[in-house]
Design a protein. Structure first.
Ligand SMILES: *[C@@H]1O[C@H](CO)[C@@H](O)[C@H](O)[C@H]1NC(C)=O
Length: 231
């Protein structure tokens, strides 16, 4: 009777495969952790340290905790050397977003090359919707440094995958603006130029000189430009 051992062998394979699938780590969650209650309005004054913000007392919650009117108008693009202005509507401005895993921002770009310089959002994928103007946008893959870029017009949408370096630049003669959506209550923004050349305390010149394959004079020049107070 060779049929029974063969059946047992097949059964053993099915059991082993099923066990492997169950025991393998579950796929990671590509966004903020899920919420455990209806609302947890951020108490931005609390000193309690948790992943996010502590919830304020339910009795103190008002509609204003879920409201923000700051995205209607253009930000001041003259206030930055890059000619762009980011206005966030994240948990810091809208405390009701705490634990909800979403946020928005508006970005304005000055005519003639206003730039949102290369940066990453460690905690969110970003989707931009062009309100006005023409923009050159792009991101670079981590796998092989491939630039994925194109030009956007009003009404267009573009995606910057979580954690990847990306930029937007005004390619037109008039003002440009986008509305951004994020799958995080606070995506975090790390600008590459500032992180490397305007950190406090400073990154050693030797580190930057070798990383960028230039001399320390060039490094000091960039540091001085990005942090004029130290020059
Ligand atoms: C915009 O920023 C510039 C530079 O900081 C400042 O001089 C100007 O007053 C600001 N404009 C408005 C409308 O706030």
């Amino acid at each position: 009777m060779a049929a029974i051992p063969s059946l047992l062998r097949r059964l053993a394979i099915v059991v082993a495969t099923t066990a492997m699938v169950i025991l393998l780590p579950s796929p990671s969650v590509a966004g903020d952790p899920d919420l455990l209650q209806d609302i947890c309005v951020a108490d931005l004054t609390s000193t309690v340290k948790v992943n996010g913000y502590a919830c304020k007392a339910a009795a103190a919650v008002t509609a204003d905790d879920f409201y923000f009117s700051g995205l209607g108008g253009a930000g001041n693009t003259s206030a930055s050397a890059y000619g762009s202005a980011v206005t966030g509507a994240n948990v810091e401005k809208v405390p009701g977003l705490n634990t909800l895993g979403v946020s928005m921002s508006r970005i304005d770009y000055a005519p003639g090359g206003g730039l949102n310089p290369p940066h990453t959002h460690p905690r969110a994928t970003e989707m931009v919707f062009v309100l006005q103007g023409t923009l050159d946008v792009g991101f670079v893959t981590a796998a092989n440094n491939r630039l994925v870029a194109r030009t956007l017009a009003p009404g267009d949408v573009f995606v910057f995958p979580r954690g990847l370096v990306h930029f937007q630049r005004n390619a037109g003669d008039g003002p440009a603006a986008v509305l951004s959506a994020f799958n995080s209550q606070l995506p975090g923004t790390q600008s590459l130029a500032a992180a490397l050349f305007a950190a406090s305390p400073e990154l050693p010149d030797a580190v930057l000189a070798k990383a960028f394959q230039v001399g320390t004079k060039e490094v000091d020049k960039i540091k001085a430009r990005l942090a004029p107070k130290k020059a």
